[in-house]
Design a protein around this ligand. Structure first.
Ligand code: AMP
Ligand code: MG
Length: 354
């Protein structure tokens, strides 16, 4: 067994990921004539969150082996990318800020390059140099509001133009002292992509990798169905807002409802607007569907900051991605390519989106 904590194995799949809910319990239970052991679901703790992997394979041992490979891949990436791990490559890059370029693996380089690409298309709304401001807010632990002066002191460090990548030398250099890059807004989606590759190599014919609200699905369930997913209602805990089926694609959700605290009726959450260094105010949740999980994860955070109007405009312009945006008033906006694909839980049809 791999994993630092409890490794739960199920031969059917009742799962709830944060922000998104995997809905194929029913599908697995209904496998008429299909041996149940073909589908294995396991949950472990990685990247600071619950990771659930479902693997479909010709034999139970192949499904187990494939899920193990998926978890190992996520753990490998965590060791490279986590800023909570002092020996990680990103910690080394951050520690050398203002001093030296640091040689990194192709994975770290790929994640940072992808993050810069998301920053470009979102006009800097997605900004991995946001680290010092994220630390000042520290929404989960400190629950205190940084002063304008405190935020002003880190403003100069939140500069994407000071992130330098040298592809040939495979290095990253942060050219201002005190800078810190934080890939928390994109790494889980990237890890889901890579875990899927490892699972396929290990013999899985289909499966799903869910790191909290970042999910990547490949292939179909044994009875031929796509993987059904529920998007959590951002204001009604445990309720599903709408559903859709995934096949060979990823979905990522960013919301203001999981890591936050409230003061005087105001919600302070973990997604910061780089232009104000305050929590972004225009959305309650953003789900992005894309072929690649890294792209979906980066964009969910970026679109959350951009807000429904600019965010949806970007999604329609990009073309190969889809979005479900719940705005600050709770109105649901669905991109044009997705309107035919979504379903509402029974009795909720009247809540039609825009
Ligand atoms: P997600 O849950 O994918 O939206 O990612 C949220 C995480 O991304 C936060 O916990 C921060 O570590 C980081 N983050 C917060 N604001 C931003 C931003 N504007 N751009 C990039 N990353 C951010
Ligand atoms: Mg994200």
């Amino acid at each position: 067994m791999v994993g630092r904590t409890l490794d739960r194995i199920r031969r059917t799949a009742p799962i709830s990921a944060l922000g998104l809910v995997l809905l194929f319990t029913q599908a697995c239970a209904n496998l008429s004539g299909q041996p149940e052991f073909l589908t294995i679901t396991r949950t472990q703790m990685h990247m600071g969150t619950l990771v659930t992997i479902t693997a479909v394979a010709p034999t139970e041992s192949a499904a187990l082996a494939a899920s193990t490979e998926g978890f190992l891949e996520i753990r490998r990436l965590e060791a490279l990318l986590s800023t909570w791990i002092s020996s990680s490559e990103l910690s080394a890059v951050n520690a050398a800020a203002g001093k030296a370029a640091v040689h990194v693996s192709q994975d770290t380089l790929s994640v940072v390059k992808l993050a810069l690409r998301v920053a470009e298309v979102t006009d800097g709304a997605f900004n991995i140099a946001i680290g010092p401001a994220v630390d000042l807010w520290n929404v989960t632990e400190k629950q205190s509001i940084p002063t304008t002066e405190e935020l002003q002191l880190v403003r100069n460090q939140i500069a994407l133009e000071a992130v330098h990548i040298d592809d040939a030398k495979q290095t990253i250099f942060l050219d201002r002292a005190g800078m810190r890059i934080d890939v928390g807004g994109i790494a889980k989606g990237y890890a889901a992509d890579q875990a899927v590759l490892s699972m396929k190599k290990a013999g899985a014919t289909a499966g799903i990798v869910a790191l909290s609200g970042d999910i990547k699905a490949f292939g179909r369930l044994p009875e031929g169905k796509r993987f059904p997913i529920g998007i959590q209602h951002p204001r009604k805990r445990g309720e599903i807002l709408l559903m859709l089926d995934l096949e060979n694609e990823a979905i990522s959700t960013a919301g203001d409802y999981e890591r936050y605290f409230e003061r005087d009726g105001v919600r302070y959450h973990h997604i910061l607007d780089p232009s104000t260094l305050q929590p972004a105010r225009e959305c309650q949740s953003v789900s992005i569907i894309a072929k690649e999980g890294g792209w979906a994860d980066g964009l969910d955070t970026g679109v959350f900051v951009l807000g429904p109007a600019r965010g949806m405009h970007l999604i329609e312009k990009l073309g190969d991605v889809h979005a479900i945006i719940v705005d600050r008033e709770g109105k649901v906006h669905v991109s044009s390519g997705l309107k035919q694909r979504i379903r509402f839980p029974a009795g909720e049809e009247k809540e039609k989106p825009r």
